[in-house]
Structure formats: C-alpha cells, structure tokens
Write a protein that binds this ligand. Structure first.
Ligand code: CAA
Length: 284
C-alpha cells in the first residue's frame, strides 16, 4: 500500500470500474462516483463478475473477492469524494466533459488530495489548467481490461510536483502494475503507436484489401496479436478510437494521422463497437 488510503473514481464505465477493481484488490477503500445511479449499479455488477472470474481461475479466494467488493462503495453524490486521497477521473474522452467535471469536483476534494486523469490522449498540462491544483494533477493511464493488462502509463504535466508523481508511482506499484513514463505529447506512448495501427486496419477494410475476418485473422496469426485490430477497435470503443485519432491529427498536424472516413461514418451511425452492440462485428 502507498500513503494514499482512499481512492475516488469518477465515472463508472469500463475503465473506472477496472481501476476500482484493482484498487480494491490491493486493499484500498474505493468510492465510485457517477451521475447515473444505474451505471454505478451495473458497474458494481461487472466488477463482481470479473472478480468471480478470477476466483474461478484460482487467482483469488472467494473470501478475497468478498473483501475486495466490501471495500467499494458507489454513489451519485459528489460530496462522497470529500475524503479521498486520490481521485482518478475516468470519464469519456472529451475535453469539455472533463473540464466540467473538474469544476465540480475540485471544490469538494481535500486541498491536499491528488487529482489524476485516465485520459488516453489529451494534454495533461491543458487539463491541469482547468483544475485548482495543477501541481497535484497528472495522468495515470490504465489499459483495458484493467485487471488483466500489466501496464500503466504515468504522465506529468508541466506543473506536476515530484511529490505527486512519487505518490502516484507508489500507488500504481502497489497494484502490481508495471509503470512506463511518457512525456505529455498527444496520445502518449501506447496509443501513439496502437491507434495508427488500428486506423490503418480500418483503411485496409475501407479500400477493400481484405474483409473484417481476413484483416483480424492476418494480424492474430501473422503478427501474434491477441485480438485482431478491428476486434480491438470494437473493444476499445470506436468513439474513443476516433477521438484519439483526432487528438493525434490536430496535435501533430501530420496527414498520416487522418482518421479513416469509415471510422468517422461508423461513429456517426452510433456503431461504437461492443458497448453499443454493433461495430465491425455484430454483438446483438
Ligand atoms: N477482468 C478480469 N479478468 C479478465 C477480464 C476482466 N475484465 N477479461 C479477461 N480476463 C481474464 C480471464 O478470466 C482469463 O483469465 P485466466 O487466463 O486466468 O483464465 C484471461 O483474462 C484471458 O481471458 P479470456 O480467456 O476470456 O480471453 P482471451 O484469452 O481472449 O483474452 C484479453 C482476453 C485479455 C482481452 C486478450 O484478448 C487481450 O489481451 N486483448 C488485447 C487487449 C489490449 O490490447 N488492450 C489494450 C487496449 S488499448 C488501451 O486500453 C489504451 C487506451 O487508452 C485505448
């Protein structure tokens, strides 16, 4: 355990719930805040299901599952974040949404609390400027599915203090994750490399080079990827994929990051991948 004892999670989506899951497993008290009570309830059910998988595969006992679950609470009342030592914002990948959340959350948090963002692409320095604590703000970027993926990217903003960074590092280390440090550039390291590959796979489909199945099979069996790039895009969420490509395109001003028109069209259609029931695959 680190010096931080209580973790607040803002957003009960797949990332927020994954971060709550691994934090509770490591012994932290966790409070999940979301505007919608039904999202909190379905998030807690997902966490329970994923903990149960780990019991089934012998990674933890049923007592450990119950204890971890007992350390997690959830509510749609912001004031319940007043006691947390570290709040991790895991809201949708939209800067205006994140800014609104910081404006509401900062007055509630303890002055000494650290506020972190799980953004997968946005500028930490720019997000920090929308808070009352740029020196106690940074990026802690988990990968999906959080309980399985071993990596966490840590990203400092220009004003992040060393004590903030070292507290975040101790917290992530206590989750038994491996840290990689990235500079504050669009999409950091993982998504700077991964998303152009996914975008290229979508161009490959768009130009008729291969079918969905051919492209995914090619990369699974030809490059040993655990998931094909189109299956992975559906898993991440096509809206998130598009927003990361837009951040790369805008931030680096290079046409090689142009989002594939087919990706844009799918998002406009509301075909967002697994979470909406339809993407490159049909989940209905
Ligand atoms: N919670 C807990 N455990 C989980 C889980 C979850 N959500 N999802 C899978 N698991 C566990 C399973 O229980 C299983 O455990 P055992 O080996 O102990 O039985 C193990 O993970 C493997 O799962 P499955 O057998 O169900 O399926 P799989 O072998 O196909 O693996 C996968 C699933 C781990 C998701 C694998 O396909 C994979 O690694 N895919 C690539 C994921 C990836 O690239 N993630 C990064 C996305 S990019 C990102 O996150 C950054 C961003 O900002 C967009």
């Amino acid at each position: 355990m680190s010096s931080l004892k209580t973790i607040g999670i803002i957003g009960a989506g797949q990332m927020g719930c994954g971060i709550a899951h691994v934090s509770a497993m490591a012994g932290y008290k966790v409070h999940i805040y979301d505007l919608a009570q039904d999202r909190i309830e379905s998030g807690l059910a997902t966490i329970n299901g994923n903990l149960a998988r780990q019991v089934a595969s012998g990674k933890m006992t049923d007592e450990e599952r119950k204890a971890a679950l007992g350390r997690i609470t959830g509510s749609n009342d912001l004031n319940d974040l007043a006691q947390v030592d570290l709040a991790i914002e895991a809201a949708t990948e939209d800067e205006s949404v994140k800014r609104k959340i910081y404006a509401q959350v900062c007055p509630v948090l303890k002055p000494e609390a650290i506020l972190a963002t799980n953004t997968s692409s946005l500028s930490i320095t720019r997000l920090a400027s929308a808070t009352d604590r740029p020196e106690r703000f940074m990026g802690i970027h988990f990968m999906n599915p959080v309980p399985v993926m071993k990596l966490v990217e840590l990203v400092r903003g220009i004003a992040t203090e060393e004590s903030t960074f070292s507290a975040a590092k101790a917290y992530v280390t206590s989750l038994e994750k491996t840290i990689t440090v990235a500079e504050d550039f669009p999409a950091f390291i993982v998504n700077r490399i991964l998303l152009p590959m996914i975008n290229e796979a979508i161009y490959t489909l768009y130009e008729g080079v291969g079918t969905v199945d051919a492209i995914d099979t090619a990369m699974k069996l030809g490059a040993n990827h655990p998931m094909g790039p189109l299956q992975l895009a559906d898993f991440i969420g096509l809206d998130t994929c598009l927003s990361i490509m837009q951040v790369l395109h805008d931030g680096l001003a290079d046409s090689k990051y142009r989002p594939c028109p087919l990706l844009v069209k799918y998002v406009e259609a509301g075909w967002l991948g697994r979470k909406s029931g339809r993407g490159f695959y049909d989940y209905r």
